[in-house]
Design a protein around this ligand. Structure first.
Ligand code: SAH
Length: 254
């Protein structure tokens, strides 16, 4: 049977799914917590990557080598970069770039040395199925998030986007930093929708092993000076329910 890994950086991003797991076994491995079990009839491993590219790469390697997963879905939060990407929107990755990787002039800025490529693609089939589940969940936001939370965060107009995710080892939360990062990427032909700290690392490991990977991120902040204030409360009140809402719908279609 196909084994699916569901990966998040923070426990709050995954709490709802852990609660639904049946035949669950909690495993400690390499300083991480993982839960193996069944979710809506599927064989799953829920795992916390911890924060940042190195931590995410280690977790991904362990999931593939030690837990023999066949596909990986990352679910968590991100900061919005493109102007149309607002707090409460969902961004499904089309591909990934490391915004803090620069080996120029040996190779062009952002290119991953020895790979001859800059962007790593998300798996198209997995992403299409997640897109359907996400769109379905987002049209029913008040049903599972409650009308009060939807109104307080102004999520009535929340949308699902698909595009480039930029990853790097920085929580982007200084005034002007998100815009600068976005402008630098644009100057090299890369239009990123959102910024986070793990996706591109997971994508590169999955590329190495030939394991299908997809990622969806709820926008918790706008990667600016208010990011820190918005972040914790949003994760608690909104993001903690998003993985459950979308992935439950997706798993039921398998
Ligand atoms: N304050 C948190 C740390 C959060 S780090 C704590 O104390 O634990 C931010 C996490 O959310 C990372 O996993 C990253 O992938 C994502 N993220 C959300 N907004 C981000 C932003 N503006 N910049 C970078 N990563 C962001």
């Amino acid at each position: 049977m196909t084994r699916t890994a569901i990966l998040s950086a923070l426990i709050d991003e995954q709490r709802g799914l852990i609660g639904q797991l049946t035949d669950a076994t909690e495993v400690a491995h390499a300083g991480r917590r993982l839960w193996c079990g069944r979710l809506h009839g599927q064989d799953v491993v829920l795992a916390l990557s911890r924060i940042g590219k190195v931590a995410a790469a280690t977790t991904t390697t362990a999931l593939i080598e030690r837990f023999a997963v066949d596909r990986i879905v990352f679910t968590g939060v991100a900061g919005g970069l493109a102007p149309e990407v607002r707090v409460g929107d969902l961004v499904l990755a089309h591909d990934f770039i490391q915004h803090d990787l620069d080996s120029s002039p040996i190779v062009p800025r952002y290119e991953v040395p020895l790979y001859g490529q800059t962007r790593f693609l998300a798996d198209a089939t997995l992403s299409a199925a997640l897109h359907r589940a996400a769109t379905d969940a987002w049209t029913q936001l008040p049903d599972w998030l409650g009308t009060e939370v939807v109104a307080r965060y102004g999520l009535g107009q929340a949308r699902v986007h698909q595009g480039l995710l930029a990853s790097g080892d920085r929580f982007v939360s200084v005034a002007g930093e998100g815009q600068r990062l976005q402008a630098d990427l644009l100057a090299h032909g890369h239009r990123a929708l959102a910024v986070e700290m793990e996706g591109a690392a997971v994508a590169q490991v999955c590329f190495d092993y030939g394991v299908p990977f997809a990622a969806l991120r709820t926008i918790s902040d706008r990667a600016d000076a208010t990011a820190h204030a918005d972040f914790n409360q949003f994760v608690r009140e909104v993001a903690s329910h998003c993985a459950e809402a979308v992935l439950t719908r997706w798993l039921k279609t398998l």
